[in-house]
Design a protein around this ligand. Structure first.
Ligand code: CUK
Ligand code: CUA
Length: 644
């Protein structure tokens, strides 16, 4: 591996300086003058009209997923995923609590960076959305007919689930590479941190997705060298069957204070031929390793989740399958790795590099055939940089992070340090246009920009720094996204819109693909919740020892039962509320004075349960929280708690 420390040190120092100053280098004097003249017309969606795209934006440290309409930037919904949400009882109701179970117990928060959509033949099919939880680490699946989290799987042997959950061309797998290398769960983890090089390992998970139900199963994990696996994309078209993972810190430094990270002139992209690995798995290769991880599944008819603890994972050591994995050198701390619509061009990035390297899938295949290797790392062949390289985009910008594509052979790369989006032609490696972002863009999203047939039209910049873009709100400012029209030769800014949490990546779907497939309510006849009351006649209070089950119904405009006595201090009370409406957009809520949970918000046909252990005696009112009819205020009742 070559090291040209001096040359690159200079570059690092200049980049670090830029980062340290905290201000993007190209912050314009008058930011407001930089938008398109016809911006209002282009981003305007008239009252009562629908947006053209659903935009699914990862919620970052909110642990949620936010859904916007584009081009208006209107917020449509916040979907709770990894974080509890008092607004609709997610993580507070008895039925949703198991969704947040992990091998560490109930974890009501995570950090979600990437959303990706299910695909068929390399195009979005509008069935499911997958989103990662960095910290625990976890992957969730969201059903796009209910906009509800349907499944969450924890990942063993991993930490910092960052290069996830990138979907393969026919949703065969979602993948998850570990950002932090750690001692695997099946080894003793109580080791000195400075034994990093021998004890800390990376694991890349391939999670199989059932084509009929979407259910996720951890199929196999790859044991990889202890680098930091950062981002990933699946091959498409000719490169279908491969997945690519960027990694940094190939120095295997465990302390930035020692400044031994980011020294190497090149880090790597790991190319994984998962089709080939499937054959190895079939042939019985790999080892079943003991570990413990939790898999939570939502049952639509039971209106509740179940948790299951899994006890082992199939691990394949990349050393032993080294005709299925290859390292490709990539300049200076690569972040994103993105594949163009044809599947031929693999675009790397270097957070500290001044060029964008573009690799050729055909050249990689040829290099493998010719054994054009530059040694091995832990048994994995390193393909010669020049043998894999199609070419470099020069003078592109500073601090390249992510690239997306349009349908005309162009790529769009985000540059954090120089705070801009650069449009370039893939074949000619020529810069065509650049626009500033306000400020310091992270991910960017072209409509369908990671499919075999991008829709193009709009590009959204998800920025890391907000500064003066919106009305200030104390020390914590809103997050900043910006919409660009990319239908012409020049990119034009047409809208700023604030977002929830820290938006990392986003994926957009044409509204027509899913808008008419939305579930409007749950069929009461199919409700299999064990405590459902499907009519007011079934409403009752059942006391079993010191446990009280209240089978409660809600319909405009009363709750039954509405006066509840016979509860004594020390009892545990369960309100099982069934919304017996069968009509779209009529939820009923339930809030009980003195309870330490949030409310319930129950959809028509659904049953949800609020647990309450009264802390004192007295009279406790309850009421419906969602203004549901002219007599909404009449939807109320009383619970009496008596002394023992
Ligand atoms: S990351 Cu945020 S800018 Cu976590 Cu995908 Cu690149
Ligand atoms: Cu039901 Cu308000």
């Amino acid at each position: 591996m070559e090291t040209q420390k001096k040359r690159t040190c200079l570059l690092i120092v200049s980049v670090m300086l830029l980062i340290a100053t905290g201000l993007p280098s190209c912050r314009p004097k008058s930011a407001t003058s930089a938008f398109s003249e016809d911006a209002a017309e282009k981003a305007y969606v008239a009252p009562g009209q629908y947006d053209e795209f659903y935009d699914f934006v990862s919620g970052g440290f909110s642990g949620q997923l936010a859904v916007y309409g584009l081009p208006s930037g209107r917020l449509l919904k916040v979907i709770p995923v990894f974080s509890v949400n008092g607004e609709n009882g997610w993580g507070f109701s008895e039925e949703t609590k198991p969704m947040l179970n992990t091998s560490n117990g109930f974890v009501p928060w995570d950090d979600s960076h990437h959303a990706d959509l299910s695909q068929t033949g390399g195009n979005y099919d509008g069935r499911w959305l997958f989103i990662n939880g960095n910290n625990t680490p976890r992957i969730a699946r969201i059903d796009l007919t209910t906009f509800k989290t349907a499944e969450i799987i924890e990942l063993p042997n991993s930490a910092g689930n960052h290069s996830s959950p990138f979907v393969t061309e026919n949703t065969e797998y979602v993948v998850a590479g570990t950002r932090f290398s750690v001692p695997p769960d099946y080894a003793d983890g109580d080791v000195p941190i400075n034994s990093y090089k021998e004890n800390f390992k990376g694991h890349i998970s391939f999670i199989q997705v059932d084509p009929a139900t979407g259910h996720m199963t951890l199929s196999f994990q790859l044991l990889v060298p202890g680098f930091n696996f950062d981002l990933s994309r699946a091959g498409k078209g000719k490169s279908h069957g491969w997945s690519f993972f960027s990694c940094y810190n190939t120095e295997q430094a465990h302390s930035l204070l020692e400044v031994n990270a980011s020294q190497n002139d090149k880090d790597f992209i790991l190319a994984v031929n998962w089709k080939k690995i499937e054959e190895y798995v079939k042939a019985g290769k790999g080892q079943k390793q003991p570990c413990s991880y939790v898999h939570n599944v939502w049952n639509e008819n039971r209106h509740a989740a179940t948790s299951e603890t899994m006890k082992e994972a199939l691990v394949l050591d990349t050393k032993e399958i080294n005709d299925a994995c290859y390292f490709i050198p990539c300049p200076k701390s690569p972040h994103g790795v993105d594949i163009d619509p044809s599947g031929e061009y693999i675009v790397g990035s270097g957070k500290l590099a001044a060029v964008i390297p573009v690799f050729s899938f055909d050249k990689i295949q040829k290099a493998i055939e010719d054994k054009a290797f530059d040694g091995q790392i832990e048994g994995v062949n390193v393909i010669k940089y020049e043998s894999a390289l199609y070419g470099e985009v020069k003078d592109s910008g500073l601090g390249a992070l992510h690239t997306e594509f349009d349908d005309s052979g162009n790529a769009y790369t985000s540059f954090f340090v120089s705070s801009e989006v650069v449009k370039w032609n893939i074949k000619e490696l020529k810069v065509l246009d650049r626009v500033p972002t306000y400020y310091s863009i992270g991910h960017l999203s072209v409509m369908g920009g990671n499919t075999v047939k991008p829709y193009g039209k709009y590009l959204v910049a998800y920025n890391k720094i907000t500064k003066d873009r919106f009305l200030p709100t104390g020390p914590e400012l809103t997050q900043s996204a910006q919409l660009y029209d990319i239908s012409g030769d020049k990119m034009k800014l047409i809208l700023d819109f604030p977002t929830v949490g820290e938006p990392h990546n986003a994926v957009a779907l044409p509204a027509d693909l899913i808008k008419d497939k939305q579930k409007q309510f749950y069929d009461l006849a199919e409700n299999q919740h064990p405590y459902a009351a499907k009519s007011e006649k079934e409403a009752k209070v059942v006391k079993e020892g010191n446990v009280v089950h209240i089978y409660m119904t809600a319909i405009r405009s009363h709750m039954a039962p509405d006066n509840i006595e016979g509860i004594t201090l020390g009892d545990t009370v369960y309100f099982h509320l069934t919304n017996i409406e069968q009509e779209w957009d009529i939820p009923h809520g339930l809030a009980v004075k003195g309870n330490t949970n949030a409310e319930l918000l129950v959809m028509p046909g659904e049953t949800q349960t609020l647990k309450w252990v009264p802390a004192k005696t007295g009279i406790f009112p309850f009421y419906c929280t969602d203004f549901c009819s002219a007599l909404h205020q009449e939807m109320q009742g009383y619970v009496r708690v008596s002394a023992k």
